[in-house]
Design a protein around this ligand. Structure first.
Ligand SMILES: *Cc1c(COP(=O)(O)O)cnc(C)c1O
Length: 498
């Protein structure tokens, strides 16, 4: 096995090379040249294993230049009871008959980003040792809220790395902001940018691809890498929980071996749902992949029409981690659906860059629609769903997960499909206390922690310790900058002269 670029099939790299590099030189994303198969027998074998053992198995299929001892070290250190608060790591709870919640938010930062960002530092450290000896790795992150905190937690005090996070000044929830600005660790920094997520993202990309900057870093024995889901090291660990959740449903006798299930994913950058598609491709019995969006419904339109158009209004919603108009990982999916047609991918994504849009061919569109169903909902519907689910089942979901629940309900009434279904639950409701509380209650206190107490007394859901502890933590980072000053900020921190 080796890795190609979606924009150049001639490129061939090892796992450790693609994990350190993040993105290919010509702008393509790295993808494995083949997908190993997981048979029913393999799934059966994994059923009685722990999450760590399942992780080791899946990782070993892809990390072609890691040995077993290294892989075990990564998995054992990332997925601990201490960090995830339970042995299952990704517990499943039953929402309704035949509908399950896969809770991916029991990690240190209370969102699913931990599933990848707890292991990425280990993968990256081993990869760097194999490929770029002794260079300091500088990780730049643009975040709409959850990736930033998860990257900070994952990389804090990891030797040989430095992390800088940029978030939109007014584009994250109050709890997300508090999580980031109080971050501990000697190799981290956090900075607010005046503008929205796309501004922060564009700023980071500009720094990333600037040749002068790159050269200057190299001279000082440093290099950039990425903790965003363009990095294969972010995507790969996400395949694990799709395999693992199927094993869990078998183990608890909710399904029989080989029975197909649907997967519903609240989607932004298309990373999480793509990992589900890869799991299906490898042999996990999955029927439909249901792509749920908020008011920023560029993916819904794309899956319905085959036309991707990012030239549209950007909405700030109550599910901010899905407020994205450029879904990077779609590139990997289209590469696969076109049987690795790197020329087509290049044409489409150049067009996205230059005109803000592209249109795929009829055959690819047909394949896309066979695999995926897409839908979206408004903030109002999201709130209403939180309330209805809570009243019906006593289950309280966050604003992102609620989007998935609503789109799944729409899917069911449209198709009458009664296939058993996993809804991917991506964040703890306490990360978005304000919006969640507003959905189920009328009196909303101003103070963050009074809100948390209120939500707790209504729902009885335990408050994650990692969030309640923030109350007494010192704010360490209060810098706010213009987007044009991001490059200066990076240079100052790295003590490089501009
Ligand atoms: C990042 C995020 C999403 C979107 O995931 P993608 O992989 O970008 O599609 C959904 N919900 C939450 C809570 C997130 O943090």
């Amino acid at each position: 096995m080796y890795y190609n670029s979606t924009r150049d099939n001639g490129i061939s790299k090892t796992a450790s090379q693609v994990i350190t590099q993040g993105i290919s030189v010509e702008g393509g994303l790295f993808v494995p040249n083949e997908f190993p198969e997981i048979s029913k027998k393999d799934i059966l074998n994994l059923t009685n294993k722990t999450y760590v053992e399942r992780a080791e198995y899946v990782l070993s299929l892809f990390l072609n230049d890691f040995d077993d001892v290294e892989i075990r070290y990564c998995a054992e250190n990332a997925y601990t009871n201490e960090k995830f608060g339970c042995d299952e790591i990704t517990p499943i709870s039953k929402l309704f008959d035949d509908t399950y919640m896969l809770e991916l938010w029991h990690g240190p930062t209370c969102a699913f980003k931990d599933m990848a960002l707890q292991i990425l530092p280990y993968l990256l450290t081993f990869s760097a040792k194999k490929t770029v000896d002794n260079k300091k790795i500088v990780i730049l992150v643009a975040t709409s809220g959850d990736t930033g905190k998860a990257a900070l937690e994952g990389f804090k005090d990891v030797e040989g790395t430095q992390v800088m996070v940029f978030y939109p000044e007014n584009g994250v929830s109050s709890m997300q902001k508090r999580q980031m600005t109080t971050q501990e660790g000697k190799n981290v920094s956090v900075c607010a940018v005046k503008g929205n997520f796309d501004d922060a993202q564009t700023g980071v990309k500009t720094i990333f691809t600037n040749e002068d900057v790159k050269e200057k870093l190299l001279k000082n024995n440093m290099m950039f890498s990425s903790a965003n889901s363009i990095n294969w090291g972010r995507l790969l660990p996400q395949i694990i929980y799709y395999v693992s959740s199927y094993c869990d449903l078998i183990k608890t006798k909710q399904i029989t071996m080989g029975e197909k299930i649907n997967i519903v994913v609240p989607t932004g950058n298309f990373g999480n749902i793509l990992a589900g598609y890869y799991a299906k491709k490898m042999g996990v019995p999955i029927n439909k992949l249901i792509c749920a969006s908020n008011q920023n419904n560029v993916l819904t339109d794309f899956i319905k029409t085959g036309k991707y158009n990012r030239v549209r209004d950007f909405y700030t919603t109550i599910s901010p981690s899905m407020d994205i108009l450029i879904s990077s990982n779609l590139e990997r999916l289209l590469y696969d659906l076109t049987n690795k047609n790197d020329e087509k991918i290049k044409t489409w994504f150049n067009s996205l860059n230059e005109n803000g849009s592209y249109e795929i061919d009829g055959e690819t569109k047909e394949k896309l629609q066979q695999e995926f169903f897409a839908g979206f909902c408004s903030d109002e519907e999201t709130s209403k769903t939180i309330k209805e689910v809570f009243e019906k089942t006593n289950y309280i979901c966050d604003t992102h997960t609620a989007v998935a629940v609503k789109v799944y309900e729409d899917y069911k009434s449209k198709t009458n499909d009664i296939t058993k279904t996993i809804i991917v639950s991506t964040a703890s409701p306490y990360k978005f206390t304000d919006s969640v509380l507003k959905s189920i209650s009328v009196s909303i206190p101003q103070d963050d922690y009074e809100q948390v107490e209120n939500l707790n007394s209504i729902t009885k859901l335990e408050v994650p310790k990692q969030l309640s502890e923030l109350k007494n933590k010192q704010i360490r980072f209060d810098t706010v900058i213009d987007k044009k000053d991001m490059i200066k900020y990076v240079f100052d921190l790295l003590e490089l002269d501009k």
